[in-house]
Design a protein around this ligand. Structure first.
Ligand SMILES: C[S@@+](CC[C@H](N)C(=O)[O-])C[C@H]1O[C@@H](n2cnc3c(N)ncnc32)[C@H](O)[C@@H]1O
Length: 225
């Protein structure tokens, strides 16, 4: 029996605007890799992959019941690997039978997870990205964010309040806090792109020190929070 392709209306609306940002940042060049954290229905990865045939996409989900939909959307695209279960709060060495190696990925993409999950997921996203991305590799995140303790416009305030009422651990993350978390994991912000419906795509870049090691793994003071 064919597995149902779930279709989220929001993903249908935002997939083209996000694709136009990806087209500015995904580089030409063979054998690149992109890990997607929390692929949801699988609409995003299936929409993006045909535009970047030189990139191998690894979709993933925390919710096992979504893997079928992701696989159904990905069906027929030779550069999308089988979706895997990933809990971003765990260390990457526990994922996918060890297929992910330190400093090996060109891109990590994550949409709409940070505000709809406990903050531990955001911490895990930056921690694993700091470990997994190559030097100059990109973490690309999409969603609504707070900026310097302010949430705007009013629709985002309402959204934040409704998330908090569903789960006090959810809510819009502040870019100011994310920058600090990123820095602890050797990641800098590159660009914040305003998107439709008061969302943003944020481009983050991993950097290494001169001897090519992650600063966070060599500097005790920058221990992860
Ligand atoms: C609103 S959905 C976003 C799905 C998709 N990225 C999109 O934009 O349509 C939030 C996703 O975060 C995922 N999530 C929640 N906790 C997670 C965790 N610990 N690790 C990875 N993903 C998680 C959920 O399973 C869910 O698919």
């Amino acid at each position: 029996m064919a597995v149902e392709k779930l279709v989220y209306p929001a993903a249908e609306r935002n997939k083209n605007p996000i694709l136009s940002v990806l087209k500015r940042y995904i580089q030409p060049g063979a054998n690149q890799t992109c890990l997607e954290i929390s692929s949801g229905s699988g609409q995003h990865v299936a929409h993006f992959a045909p535009h970047f045939p030189h990139v191998t996409f690894y979709p993933s989900e925390y919710e096992s019941h979504l893997l079928g939909s992701i696989g159904a959307h990905a069906n027929g695209y030779s550069n999308i690997r089988k979706p895997m279960l990933i809990d971003i709060t765990t260390d990457f060495r526990l994922w996918g039978n060890g297929i992910f190696k330190p400093n090996s990925l060109d891109y990590i993409y994550n949409a709409n997870m940070m505000h709809i999950s406990p903050y531990q997921c955001t911490i895990g996203l930056f921690r694993n990205a700091g470990q997994l991305l190559k030097n100059n590799g990109l973490l690309i995140t999409y969603g609504p964010y707070a900026c310097d303790n302010m949430i705007y416009p009013e629709s985002n305030v309402r959204f934040h309040n409704s998330l908090k009422s569903q789960n006090p651990e959810w809510g819009l993350r502040d870019i100011k806090d994310l920058k600090q978390l990123a820095a602890k994991n050797d990641i800098n912000i590159v660009e914040i792109v305003d998107m439709p419906a008061s969302n943003k795509t944020i481009i983050w870049k991993k950097y290494m020190n001169k001897i090519g090691e992650n600063l966070s793994s060599t500097d005790g003071k920058s221990a992860k929070t």
